[in-house]
Design a protein around this ligand. Structure first.
Ligand code: GUN
Length: 711
């Protein structure tokens, strides 16, 4: 086994800061800065019992790349033979572990055994004195079966201990501020509010664990568990990681991560091993009766289940614990990769089929997502949807849950909010449309399968709105190359089913087209005469696509966009797709071939900004912005001191932003403006406006071009 070098401490000014380096909706790849290294999340803290080390912490560091573990400071405090060396040499030496040491406080012991005899300040001081990186205050465990009064008391008593604990911790010890409240969503949210707001002399909590959930996991009450995650998340400050106390079953990782959980911890890998059980990403398997391994691991490689059954009990639990830890780590790697490539929700969807109780919980989340106005946890779900980039490259696999995926819901919501029928038609006429043409029975790319039909139908009746029927609903033809629609991946049959009449009526209503006569056509059904020369129709279709995408993704008023595209021309590829779009000779944008989105140029961003010039409200301002369907390209108000850097094209970093429009969307264009309203740069947002108000580290906007460069 190779020796892995010790970690580097973070920069002193970064201690305790959390940054997000990649995201998929609420799921995020984060970096938490500590004195024993920078912790990449989502991750699992393996629980190490200092009296019984099934896997040596040193081996976790060297062999499994475990960057942080959790142990119990109360256990160390209680046992003289551990307490003395911990106080003299520090917890890292005691455990022989160079990475990040997190400790719990004895709350869990009070839940199992009744009271603990340690004081609130005393246990924090002890964690500080033994050199812990992230400690935990002594919270009050709120059991799900407690009365509301008891849970209210657990929440308020925990909150009242927050300040004394933060003061005792000093500036070196980062602290966990647990959230309690049992099954009551309002109490969870109140607890998040109180713990999130607590500020000692050296700042607030570094992490918020969600506590009191172990009994729910033991009883597999997953629906209630996910309700609690959503309710707690609604008020936990976004710039702090969320930890699920005591959750370590890989089955629960994907959905928890998709809903915003960053850290897990668990003794499951060792406890299950002692019980002769193997963890797999979709459930637990008993060693007894196995002929072959259900999943490979280096721990079990070269041994048969029969051989392992024949081992001494202690040896067997060590080998199974290694297997369980390996599987846990590899499922987390898979989840992190899914966050990076935008497929964490699909992974959660897949895993939901592994257990009926998890499936029930997943379907509950989907139901809540679809009726955001009527749920107690609606704010949290609305935030998840709104912070999900609606556009994404890559395939969109068909499944029974496809139309409930947050990015699909977001895309559909944006189209129904912002798409408008064309203001004028290819033949130069204006006025309302006369009919809707619904194209069905054609798979993407629709540019190849049905452009001729579209042109023919437009020549037949110029005032026609053309829409395409897809398994996730109808879309205006302008979005024919937009992902997810154009990447829907499924068997041929999904394109052959005739459009459901009721569904069609509902979809047409969403687009405001229900009062028009509609004609359903398949690409094969050509009108009788071949169409004449169609260059005018083709360039009108291209222009509609630019106007529609800018109005939907950049929130610009269609009227302004018609003006902007009046003198539009496009350079096309050999396959007849627009590459560069110019307005009056200036290159303003390029449609992205990978996902059908728009890449603006500086000239394009500057034109869009000219339609809603000015600065957004400052974060601290109480002024309400008027809610409009098309509030204009989202704007970020940059602090004075960052202007020279961002103006030259450097990224906008968190901590240098004084305000942002609330409709700013991760993955979509925005402009960066100075306090006097001057355009400084344009780029692609990585964050929501709430996140911009809270984060102090990391990239907030990836700048595409600075406006203050010498040209
Ligand atoms: N471990 C599992 N649940 C809890 C909890 O609610 N609080 C603390 N401090 N530790 C836990």
């Amino acid at each position: 086994m190779g020796k892995r070098p010790d970690p580097e401490p973070c920069r002193p000014q970064d201690l305790g800061l959390f940054e997000v380096v990649s995201r998929d909706g609420a799921a995020r790849i984060g970096k938490l800065h500590t004195s024993h290294g920078i912790l990449t999340t989502p991750m699992l803290l393996p629980v190490v019992n200092p009296n019984l080390r099934t896997i040596e912490p040193r081996e976790m560091w060297d062999r499994y790349g475990v960057d942080a573990l959790i142990t119990n400071s109360y256990v160390v405090w209680k046992h003289e033979k551990l307490k003395e060396p911990a106080l003299s040499n520090g917890i890292h030496r005691l455990l022989d572990y160079p990475g990040i040491v997190v400790t719990d406080s004895g709350t869990f012991q009070s839940y199992i055994y009744g009271d603990v005899e340690v004081g609130v300040e005393e246990i924090v001081a002890f964690q500080r004195d033994i050199g812990v990186d992230i400690g935990t205050m002594l919270d009050v465990f709120g059991r799900p079966d407690m009365s509301r009064e008891e849970l209210e008391e657990a929440v308020s008593e925990t909150a009242s201990r927050a300040l004394p604990s933060l003061s005792e911790a000093g500036k070196e010890l980062l602290l966990n501020g647990p959230i309690q409240g049992g099954l009551h969503h309002d109490l969870r949210s109140e607890s998040g509010e109180l713990m999130g707001a607590a500020r000692g002399e050296h700042g607030g909590f570094a992490i918020h664990p969600i506590g009191g959930i172990v009994p729910l996991m033991e009883q597999q009450r997953y629906r209630e568990l996910f309700g609690i995650i959503l309710a707690s998340r609604s008020s936990i400050p976004r710039n702090r990681p969320i930890h699920m106390f005591g959750c370590g079953h890989p089955l629960l990782f994907p959905l928890s991560i998709a809903l915003g959980v960053d850290i897990f911890d668990s003794a499951a890998y060792a406890l299950f091993a002692r019980d002769d059980r193997l963890l797999t990403p979709d459930g637990t398997v008993k060693l007894e009766g196995l002929s072959e391994w259900p999943i490979a691991s280096s721990a079990l490689f070269g041994k048969t289940p029969q051989e392992v059954r024949g081992m001494e009990r202690d040896d067997r639990s060590v080998i199974l614990a290694h297997h369980n830890l390996e599987i846990t780590q590899s499922e987390l790697s898979r989840c992190r990769e899914a966050v990076r490539n935008g497929s964490i929700w699909e992974l959660a969807e897949k895993r939901s089929h592994s257990s009926p109780r998890l499936r029930e919980a997943f379907l509950w989340v989907l139901e809540e997502l679809e009726q955001l106005d009527e749920t107690e946890v609606g704010d949290s779900l609305l935030d998840i949807m709104a912070s999900t980039n609606p556009l994404r490259g890559g395939g969109e696999p068909v499944s029974e849950d496809i139309d409930s995926r947050p990015h699909v819901l977001h895309m559909m919501a944006l189209i129904s909010l912002r798409w408008r029928v064309p203001g004028s038609w290819w033949d130069g006429s204006d006025g309302p449309p006369e009919r809707v043409v619904v194209i069905e029975g054609a798979p993407p790319p629709w540019r190849s399968t049905c452009l001729h039909t579209v042109v023919e139908r437009l020549i037949e009746v110029p005032k026609s709105v053309v829409v395409v029927s897809t398994p996730i609903g109808i879309i205006p033809f302008s979005f024919e190359d937009v992902s997810p629609f154009c990447h829907i991946d499924g068997p041929e049959a999904i394109w052959l089913d005739p459009t459901d009449e009721e569904q069609l009526a509902e979809d047409l209503e969403t687009l405001g087209l229900n009062d028009l006569p509609n004609l359903i056509v398949s690409p094969g059904d050509a009108p009788e005469n071949p169409p004449p020369e169609n260059a005018e129709v083709r360039s009108w279709i291209d222009r509609c696509s630019v106007v529609d995408k800018l109005s939907v993704f950049c929130a610009t008023k269609p009227g302004n966009l018609c003006e902007m595209t009046d003198g539009m021309s496009a350079r096309k590829s050999k396959t007849d797709r627009m590459i560069n779009v110019s307005s009056d000779g200036e290159h303003i944008l390029s449609p992205r071939l990978t996902d059908g989105g728009i890449s603006l140029t500086l000239d394009g961003a500057s034109m869009l900004y000219s339609f809603n010039p000015g600065v957004p409200n400052r974060f601290e301002s109480e002024d309400e912005m008027e809610e409009e369907d098309h509030p204009g390209i989202p704007r970020v108000l940059l602090s004075e001191d960052a202007i020279p850097f961002v103006g030259q094209g450097r990224n906008v970093m968190h901590g240098y932003i004084d305000g942002a429009d609330p409709h700013i969307t991760p993955g979509q264009p925005c402009v960066i403006v100075s306090p006097s309203g001057e355009l400084v740069a344009h780029g692609v947002s990585q964050s929501t406006s709430l996140e911009m108000s809270l984060f102090r580290k990391g990239i907030a906007v990836k700048v595409r071009d600075g406006a203050l460069k010498e040209r």
